[in-house]
Design a protein around this ligand. Sequence first.
Ligand code: H79
Length: 434
Amino acid sequence: MTSVSEISKTSNWPTNYGDPTWLLHDRFGLFIHWGLYSNAARHEWVMNREKIHPDTYRKYFKYFDPDLYDPKIWARAAKEAGMKYFVITTKHHEGFALWDSALTDYKVTNTPAKRDVLLEMVNAFREEGLKVGFYHSVIDWHHPEFPIDGLHPQRDDEVFKANAQNRKIENYAEYLHGQVRELLTNYGKIDYLWFDFSYPTFDWGWSTGKGKIDWQSEKLEKMVLELQPDILLNDRLDLGRGVITPEQYQPREVLEKDGNPVIWEACQTLNGSWGYDRDNLDWKSDEMLIKMLVDTVSKGGNLLLNVGPNARGEIDEKSLNSLRAIGQWMRLNSRSIYGATNSDLLAPVDCRYTQKGNRLYLHIFSWPFRHIHLDGLSGKIDYAQLLHDASEVQYKEHDPNESLTSISTRIKPGSVTLELPIQKPDIPIPVVEI
Ligand code: H79
C-alpha cells in the first residue's frame, strides 16, 4: 500500500505544482457543466454534432435566463453528497464565458442573466467549505481567430471555411491566456485548474489537431503558477504532466507510470451527457454510482462526478436524488473513502479494497452466501465490523502452516473467513472495516 502522502511525491507531479495532498485525501468532487448548451438540452457537444452556425447558436445566448439559479442549493447538494471540491465549466468548447470577461462580449453578463454567475457560485461553494476548481476549454468554436479543424462545427461549411482562412492561432492563444489570467486573478484562491483538451495527433488530411504548440502550453502553465502558486493542474495541456483524467472510463487496475502510482481522477457522468440532456434515458443507478466511487478509490484515484444544471439554473430532481443517495451512503461509510487509497492486497471476487494506514475496507458489491474469504490475513486482524452500524463481524483464521483444511470447503491456509449475516444489510454497498 502506498500512503496518500507518498503518492504526492510521485513522478507525474512536477515540484512546481501545488501540494496535491488535499485532493488525494478528499477523493470526491462535483463537476458542473453549465453553459448555453444547457438551453439546447441535448448534450454539450450539440453545436458540433449538429454543425450549428454561430449565428444560429446565438439564440441560446439570447435566451440564457437562469431565473431560478441559487448556487447555495448546488453547494449544499454537493456537500451533502460528501463532495469536497467542485469544478465548474468557466467556458466550454462553445466559447461562452460564464463570467464577466473583459475580453469578449460573449459572456454571461450580456445574457438575460445579467450578472456574474461564476462569482456567486465560487462564493457559495467556498461558504460550504468546498475547494474551487475551474474547468476551462482550450478549444473554442466561437472565437474568430480559432482555426477551423476537423473537430470544428463548421468543418464542412465551405463558405465559413473560406472566410476563416486568415485565422491565427497566436491571436487565439493570446485570448486564451488573457481569459485564464482573469479567472485566476479575479476570483480569489483557485485550488484546481482543469483544462480540456488537446488532440495534437489527429490529422484529418486538410487539417491537424491542436496541442501544446497551439495553446502555448508551457507559457500558459507558467502564468498559471505565477498567479496561483498552490494550484493543481490536470493533464490536458499536452505537457505530459498533471492529474491524469480518464473520461467516462474506469481504469481496470491501479494507475501507475514507470512503476510509480500517479495522481488521477476519473470524471464520470450521471447519464452519459455532461450538459443538461432532457430526453436522456441512460441514467446510472445510485448503486452503480456508489460502486464507481468505491472502484475509483480502490484503484488509487479520485472521482469527479458531473451534474448538468438546466438553463433555469436548477439541478434536476433526478440528479439531486442521486447525490442524496450517495450522501446517505457517505454519511455512514466515508471513512473508507477520505484519505484512503488502493491496497496491495488482492480483493475477493465482487469486492473492492481500500486502505488507510493499517485499516482495510472491504466493499462488498455482491452479497455472498454467508462467507467471504480473505487471503493472507490470518494473524493480521484485530477486529472486524460492518462500518455503517459498527456491528461486529466474526471471523475464523486459518493456520498458514496447515494444508487445505477441508477438501469440501477448499479453505486456504493463511486466509480469514468472515461470517456475514444471511440478510444483506439495508445499505447499497456494505463495507467491512478490518
Ligand atoms: O466537457 C466534457 C466533454 O464535453 C469533453 N470533456 C468532458 C469533461 C470532451 N470533449 N471531447 N471529449 C470529451 C472526447 C472527444 C472525443 C472525440 Fe474525437 C471527439 C471523439 C471524436 C471526436 C478527438 C478527435 C478524439 C478523437 C477524435
